[in-house]
Ligand binder design. Structure first.
Ligand SMILES: Cc1ncc(COP(=O)(O)O)c(C=O)c1O
Length: 507
């Protein structure tokens, strides 16, 4: 802010900020003039002047004898007023790097159509009624747990249910080794905290889930990005070379339906990976959050299934198959199980037992497998339709992966298209996409994007997908008019199939 604004402007600013952030919603009543004057230690006249300013900008409306109310569709106008009072420039363009992920998540929550999120939102995906019934039953039967401290590792009922589900991943886990967490990322965070120290080097897939990049950064860890094939996952020769030459302290991989490529490592690769980490005595943090989305147990099989010495720390959750809102996950940390359980206890991170009982109930119902089969079929159809639309309406030369399951497609546009620019154009049209750059720490994927189809898929969303394609065509035409070429040295999909070790990105 250049100078401190006048008193009435300071009050207007505070209220405008609350409207812009959504803390004050359209239709909500503002505090009375008298209360505001007392809270801010100013005169009634100053508050009236502040409200008049907000009214002038159509952020609030007076109602006779009732006071002031937040006007409809006032959020963007409030943000503009905040900028005006603070004399700030227009918001910056999306910048590359982990922080960009926050802008994508923020845009996704405001967008009319979001192709950016990876949490299923479509009501067809969740059996809301079953979740409600299970919660009601758990609340009735386990009410006493609400007034007691419970085990920090989680209830035996849920740990048993997780061990039973793990049989579908080819893993014979013991309930005693399982720790319940508040989601899969929380499980991964605890594994990293258990086996690394700030400054350590962790090998990851490239591209990778942006949440991992954020997490590594927040823990002060360095990432070594390994080339990853869109079909068969991380390159084992590249990993072998990296292990021989770099001081890697842990591996963090999603071997089954990686994010964003949706690659699935063949079972022979998974077995070889288990052998490699045992040979190097290296912890492998394996994220199995998407395994259940595959149709058969053979394809769901985890690397953990081949781990006889406990080098694999397996992390999962049911955010992608039951509900992201339940916020429960799990970890079997192999040879570090006890240390991880202690870490969870000392951090006071126990989860809610009633929710755990409800989830255990849902997972052990026969209908869970039927639900997974339905989900798998629904997404296969949907991704097939979306793929066809992309290939028909996006710029010529666009490539799209053909994942066996999951919620997303990875799209590679001609290299002249910068998907950061596309993100900004789409955002103005009320659509969010996942620009390639948030999935790595360099510019390697600036012409790529991830599109998620876990939200609604109705005529509005289908029209929005065509609009993304049109905007990409416009950007490409503009880039070419400015002399940009789109003959890459090697496009990403060609590149990753070549398994080139030069893809290492140390940052
Ligand atoms: C690879 C991966 N792991 C974990 C998660 C999130 O899991 P949770 O919501 O259980 O923390 C995501 C979400 O997209 C993901 O892509």
């Amino acid at each position: 802010m250049a100078d401190t604004p006048l008193l009435y402007l300071q009050i207007a600013l505070r209220l405008a900020q609350m409207i812009a952030s959504g803390a004050l919603q359209p239709g909500q009543r503002l505090p009375s003039v008298r209360d505001s004057a007392a809270q801010n230690n100013v005169s009634v006249a100053t508050v009236v002047q502040a409200l008049a300013t907000l009214e002038e900008h159509r952020l609030v409306q007076p109602r006779a004898k009732s006071g002031y109310f937040v006007a409809a569709a006032s959020r963007a106008k409030a943000a503009a007023l905040v900028r005006k009072i603070q004399q700030e420039p227009e918001p910056a363009k999306l910048q590359p790097g982990p922080r960009a992920s926050e802008q994508v998540i923020d845009a996704a929550t405001r967008a009319v159509v979001s192709f950016a999120g990876y949490s299923p939102k479509d009501k067809d995906f969740f059996d809301n009624d079953r979740i409600r019934v299970a919660l009601g039953r758990a609340t009735r039967q386990k009410r006493s747990t609400l007034t007691e401290y419970t085990s920090s590792s989680g209830t035996l009922a849920l740990r048993n249910a997780v061990a039973l589900r793990a049989l579908h991943l080819g893993c014979a886990l013991k309930a005693d080794d399982i720790v319940i967490t508040s989601g899969c990322i929380n499980a991964v965070a605890m594994c990293l905290q258990t086996v690394t120290r700030p400054g350590d080097l962790v090998a990851i897939e490239s591209p990778t889930f942006f949440g991992f990049l954020d997490l590594l950064e927040s823990l002060g860890l360095k990432a070594l990005a390994l080339p990853t094939d869109p079909r068969t996952g991380v390159s084992l020769p590249a990993l072998q070379l990296a292990l021989d030459t770099q001081p890697i302290k842990a591996l963090l991989l999603v071997p089954t339906l990686s994010n964003p490529l949706a690659s699935v490592m063949p079972l022979t690769h998974k077995r070889a990976l288990a052998r490699l980490v045992a040979k190097h005595q290296l912890p492998l943090i394996e994220d199995v959050v998407f395994n259940d989305l595959l149709a058969t147990d053979a394809r769901r099989r985890a690397v953990k299934a081949y781990d006889s010495e406990g080098w694999v720390m397996t992390c999962g959750s049911f955010a992608k198959t039951v509900s992201p809102g339940i916020r429960l996950g799990w970890v079997d940390a192999g040879r570090w199980s006890k240390e991880l359980a202690t870490l969870k206890r000392v951090q006071g991170a126990a989860t809610n037992a009633v929710l755990e009982y409800a989830l255990a109930d849902l997972l052990t119902q026969g209908s869970y497998e039927a639900h997974l089969r339905r989900l798998c079929l629904l997404m296969k159809q949907r991704l097939g339709q979306a793929r066809k639309m992309i290939l028909a309406s996006f710029p010529a030369g666009t490539k799209v992966n053909d994942p066996p399951a999951g919620y997303t497609l990875w799209v590679e546009l001609p290299v002249a298209v910068d998907t950061m620019d596309l993100f900004n154009l789409c955002k103005r049209a009320g659509i969010t996409i996942g620009p390639g750059q948030v999935f790595c720490a360099s510019h390697r994927y600036r012409h790529c994007l991830r599109l998620s189809f876990a939200g609604l898929w109705e005529p509005r969303e289908q029209a929005a997908l065509l609009e993304v394609g049109q905007l990409a065509c416009q950007l490409l035409a503009g880039a070419r008019a400015q002399g940009s070429t789109d003959t890459p040295e090697a496009t990403r999909m060609d590149f990753i199939c070549a398994n080139e070790i030069s893809a290492h990105e140390l940052w």
